[in-house]
Design a protein around this ligand. Structure first.
Ligand code: SF4
Ligand code: SF4
Length: 461
């Protein structure tokens, strides 16, 4: 076991609402009758308690972007606990998003910020996409996993006593627990915990709560973990090296935990998504690595190409900008369009080519950016129909627009971007601006930064 002060991340669990109910989730999503959402005062207190911690403070769920105050929380965390450096973005489309985030974590979080700064753990939901621009600007580190690719999750709701593991074998196992030694301590609405799984168990089974959230709580050492270690008795975290596919959405539980789930009226149990374990199963061929990213060690698989939350679902064309529509008609067009992205042709002759549409649907576009498309395959502007610029303008703002030209002014200049030729060929569209930034950054670790940039470039050759 380790002191939280030695960990790379301390998580603040702001909600246990999630878009999935993965097998053996460490937050037990699906077993709560109603999800919780951390209060603002508790979040603020949590962040403030960690100001001297010096590593990554993570916003975690469930899916944290589902929290109704996600933006307020994220802005506060980034304001009082910023990373020292933030690499710029070019706003160009991103073809392979998982690789882009992997590169950004490596350069920005590990090399430039030395692991200090705000972090986000997300299943890249639609709400993630709605906050896309904010997230890229505020967070120094992101751990993403949309769970669309095969990912193994080890059993958690298992008691060693049910499996007949005696004290002399158990205590060394517990002290070597993968989660406590590789993952994080956490804060839930009920206090601070030496281990994030213990915090989630306390929430699930109406436990007594954690330590008082006050500056320095995270300096406790294992000999001070005290009663919180009782949660290990209800936890399989230290017992398994094998897992079940997260997509099966079934939890492996031992008999005494089954009883506890019955007592709390678990909805996931009621719908039969639980398998009772009597012993440690063999799970042939499903051994998990003993590394920090054990749940899906290949970062490139963390966002799938079929992720419908962040890749454009559809692109529809509006009437051309020259058609002289009234403000009211503009509102009607936006409301009736049957796609999440809209193309405004510059002239009646300018249609968006079908092949270009297919290429655009394979890249991640920033929903807050107005893309200018110029070329034989299309001449006009592309925008997300729920872009913040339009939400801020509102129905009345759009209705009072005298022309499409005026409408296009809703986007600030820094949120406009000319779509580059061959935009889907740049594996990492920001690498050049990152390189310029990183080479000019005042840090003592320039050698490491050069190695990092070289490694990122070599991945794309
Ligand atoms: S995405 Fe994460 S938090 Fe949500 S159910 Fe799956 S493992 Fe749990
Ligand atoms: S056994 Fe469970 S509660 Fe105990 S340290 Fe491991 S993961 Fe945390």
């Amino acid at each position: 076991m380790r002191s939280p002060s030695e960990m790379r991340i301390i998580e603040i669990d702001i909600t246990n609402a999630c878009i999935h109910q993965c097998s053996n989730c460490t937050r037990f999503c699906g077993h709560h009758k109603t999800p919780y959402f951390m209060e603002w005062e508790m979040f603020k207190k949590s962040v403030d308690s960690l100001l001297e911690y010096g590593r990554c403070i993570g916003m975690m769920g469930g899916e944290p972007t589902l929290h109704p105050q996600f933006e307020r929380f994220a802005r506060y965390l980034a304001e009082v606990y910023p990373g020292q450096h933030h690499v710029p973005a070019s706003n160009q489309p991103i073809p392979v998003f998982s690789n882009y985030i992997r590169d950004k974590n490596y350069l920005q979080h590990e090399c430039l910020n030395r692991h200090r700064g705000p972090g986000l753990m997300s299943a890249t939901s639609k709400r993630y996409f709605q906050h896309f621009d904010l997230i890229q600007k505020l967070f120094s580190y992101q751990s993403i996993n949309d769970h669309n690719n095969p990912s193994l999750h080890q059993p958690v709701l298992v008691s060693r006593k049910d499996l007949g593991i005696p004290d002399e074998a158990w205590f060394p196992m517990r002290d070597n627990c993968f989660f406590q030694n590789q993952w994080s301590a956490s804060i839930t609405p009920k206090g601070a915990f030496f281990c994030e799984v213990a915090g989630a168990l306390d929430m699930l089974f109406n436990g007594p709560g954690g330590w008082k959230v006050e500056p320095g709580w995270w300096k406790r050492t294992p000999d001070e973990f005290g009663d919180q270690l009782q949660w290990c008795e209800l936890c399989g975290g230290a017992l398994f090296q094998q897992g079940r596919l997260s997509s099966e959405e079934i939890d492996d539980v031992s008999p005494s935990l089954l009883k506890k789930l019955e007592e709390i009226g678990s909805p996931k149990l009621r719908r039969g998504a639980v398998s009772v374990l009597q012993s440690i199963p063999a799970y042939d061929g499903k051994e998990m690595p003993n590394i920090r990213r054990r749940y899906l060690s290949d970062f490139t698989k963390r966002v799938s190409a079929c992720n419908q939350a962040i890749y454009p679902e559809g692109i529809a064309s509006l009437l051309p900008a020259s058609d002289g529509a009234s403000g009211v008609q503009r509102n009607q067009m936006l409301a009736q369009a049957e796609a999440d992205w809209l193309f405004l042709p510059a002239s009646p002759e300018s249609h968006l080519d079908g092949q270009l549409i297919e290429r655009l649907k394979k890249v991640v576009l920033n929903p807050e950016v107005l893309y200018r498309i110029e070329g034989p395959d299309g001449n006009g502007w592309l925008f997300y129909r729920r872009a913040k610029a339009l939400r801020q303008a509102g129905f009345d703002g759009i209705a009072h627009c005298a022309s499409w030209e005026e409408f296009l002014h809703f986007w600030p200049e820094e949120q406009k971007c000319v779509l580059a030729d061959g935009f889907d060929r740049f594996q990492n569209p920001d690498l050049e601006v990152w390189t310029t930034y990183a080479q000019g950054a005042a840090t003592e670790h320039q050698d490491e930064i050069e190695r990092c940039l070289k490694k990122i470039r070599s991945d794309y050759q």
